[in-house]
Design a protein around this ligand. Structure first.
Ligand code: CP
Ligand code: NVA
Length: 317
């Protein structure tokens, strides 16, 4: 059975722990110059319908470093843009490729693509979720804090796709997560409800950014207007003003708080230049880990060479 990653709820705690361990191992191997190329002759398709720097380049580099070939497919240059049904595209691409990473608007479209594909499909961001981002972010938390258990994570800003994936991660891993979002910009109620019902995480929503920041070990923010919301930028700038992650907010957190941002950042909007470039910021290491985590994800989904040990995620396929 093929396995997809469409949301973090597709994974168990054991899957995520396996990915975290393997990503750390792959990072070490790369730093030591060990070549690891199990994917000779394998191809990864990347259908991107929205802009990307980090996700696209880390997926392409990951596939090349693993010995395979990435094929970037700009959605507007394919027949998808001329209304070929998603289910037809899925069945045809499955004949050519070994895995498909997709960045698009609609989670439903991604799910239909996955349903009709016989190869693994990875969510590389939709309007609703950004699961691979949060997997690599948890890797960064582990590196900086040594664990994720008992770490207080404060999300400050929009209740958006990245926030939704943090909520799912909290539900699966039992994280302590507090989200400070303005009224009318809370995370999706259904996603929140489902996550809270799982009972594992400590998930709270407030409208007070200082309350969220109090004693936080991790402060995380993201753009106030996501891709597709450019028309709301002016209004959002006004609504979110009090939610800027700046030194005033950081002062309320624990003394060795780390500040995270999935990037791209808008300086002096959701984050001040001083904090982004300051001593608590880990955003560049965070961006690097997207590469290592992507390799672990691809290995788990496409599989390693026969005879090599599999991690728990692959074992469960
Ligand atoms: N963090 C992230 O997904 O960045 P890109 O939009 O550049 O891929
Ligand atoms: N929330 C942002 C994340 C970008 C990586 C967006 O969807 O545009």
């Amino acid at each position: 059975m093929k396995k997809d990653i469409l949301t973090l709820l597709d994974l168990t705690k054991e899957d995520i722990d396996g990915l975290l361990g393997r990503a750390a191992g792959l990072k070490k191997m790369q730093k030591e110059g060990v070549l690891h190329r199990p994917f000779e002759g394998k191809t990864l398709g990347l259908i991107f319908d929205k802009a990307s720097t980090r996700t696209r380049v880390s997926f392409e580099s990951a596939m090349i470093q693993l010995g395979g070939t990435p094929l970037f497919i700009s959605a507007r240059d394919t027949q998808i843009a001329r209304d070929e049904p998603v289910r037809d595209t899925a069945r045809v691409l499955s004949k050519y490729l070994d895995c498909l990473a997709v960045r698009t608007y609609s989670q439903d479209l991604l799910e239909e693509l996955a349903e009709f594909s016989s190869i693994p499909v990875i969510n590389a961001l939709t309007d609703l979720y950004h699961p691979c981002q949060v997997l690599s972010d948890i890797m960064t938390v582990m590196e900086k804090k040594g664990r994720y258990d008992g770490i207080r994570i404060a999300w400050i800003g929009d209740g958006n796709n990245v926030a939704h994936s943090w909520i799912n991660a909290a539900a699966v891993l039992g994280l302590d997560l507090v989200l400070a979002c303005p009224k009318d910009y809370h995370p999706d109620g259904e996603i929140l409800k489902k996550a809270i019902e799982r009972g594992a995480g400590k998930i709270n929503v407030t409208e007070d950014p200082l309350e969220a920041a109090a004693n936080a070990d991790v402060i995380y923010t993201d753009v106030w207007a996501s891709m597709g919301q450019e028309g709301e930028h002016k209004t959002r700038k006004r609504v979110f003003e009090a939610y800027q992650v700046n030194s005033r907010i950081v002062k309320h957190a624990s003394k060795d708080v780390i500040v995270m941002h999935c990037l791209p950042a808008h300086r002096e909007e959701e984050i001040s230049e001083e904090v982004l470039e300051g001593p608590n910021s880990v955003v560049w290491d965070q961006a690097e880990n997207k590469l290592h985590m992507t390799k672990a994800i691809l290995e788990a989904l496409i599989g390693r060479r026969a005879g090599e040990p599999q991690n728990s995620f692959s074992d469960s396929l």
